[in-house]
Design a protein around this ligand. Structure first.
Ligand code: ADP
Length: 168
């Protein structure tokens, strides 16, 4: 059984993530999308870990060999605990490469795990969750960059945040 993990923060999941997850699902028997749960970064996130996982579960429901899980701490510990020997990362640009190469080498030094890089589709090469949030926050149109149900939640959450700021 070839099992891989697609790790990330997915705050929120974008069409770029889904493209990588879908392509990974054709290369491996099983793919686990692992959502990083980092308490120290929790306040910086727009969505809670449960919300991020819930959105991923909905959008990945069409891929029968893809499941969603949360992980704390080291990704390599998660891999060991789940019998996973491959980490799949999407590469957008040269700027991703330096960091990802260092991370891949560190992870393989910690445990027996290979990192597989999938080049981003040109349609999504500019796409990052942080940028989607920023554009949406200033009223930009991000439909087409995230699934419809994510767009709805994003719009609602940003309106809630604006309401909280107005009250403060
Ligand atoms: P982001 O960088 O969007 O905040 P994450 O930390 O959730 O995303 O990223 C998880 C993984 O998804 C990383 O390997 C990242 O390179 C990949 N990824 C994110 N967006 C894209 C994209 N548009 N195309 C390809 N891979 C992507």
């Amino acid at each position: 059984m070839r099992r891989a993990v697609c790790p990330g923060s997915f705050d929120p999941v974008t069409n770029g993530h889904i493209d990588i997850i879908e392509r990974a699902s054709t290369l491996f028997d099983e793919v686990v999308v692992a959502v990083g749960i980092n308490q120290s970064k929790a306040r910086a996130r727009l969505f809670t870990a449960d919300e991020r996982m819930g959105m991923l579960e909905e959008v990945c429901a069409t891929f029968p060999n893809v499941s969603v899980a949360g992980f704390h701490g080291l990704l390599t510990d998660f891999c060991q605990a789940h019998g996973i020997h491959a980490i799949v990362k999407g590469l957008r640009a040269v700027s991703d490469f330096d960091y990802e190469l260092q991370m891949a080498q560190m992870n393989s030094s910690l445990t027996e795990v290979e990192t597989v890089f999938i080049p981003t589709s040109p349609t999504y090469s500019f796409l990052a969750s942080s940028l989607v949030k920023e554009v949406a926050m200033f009223g930009g149109d991000v439909s087409g960059l995230v699934p419809d149900r994510v767009l709805t939640r994003l719009t609602e959450r940003l309106a809630e945040r604006r309401g909280e700021e107005d009250d403060a």
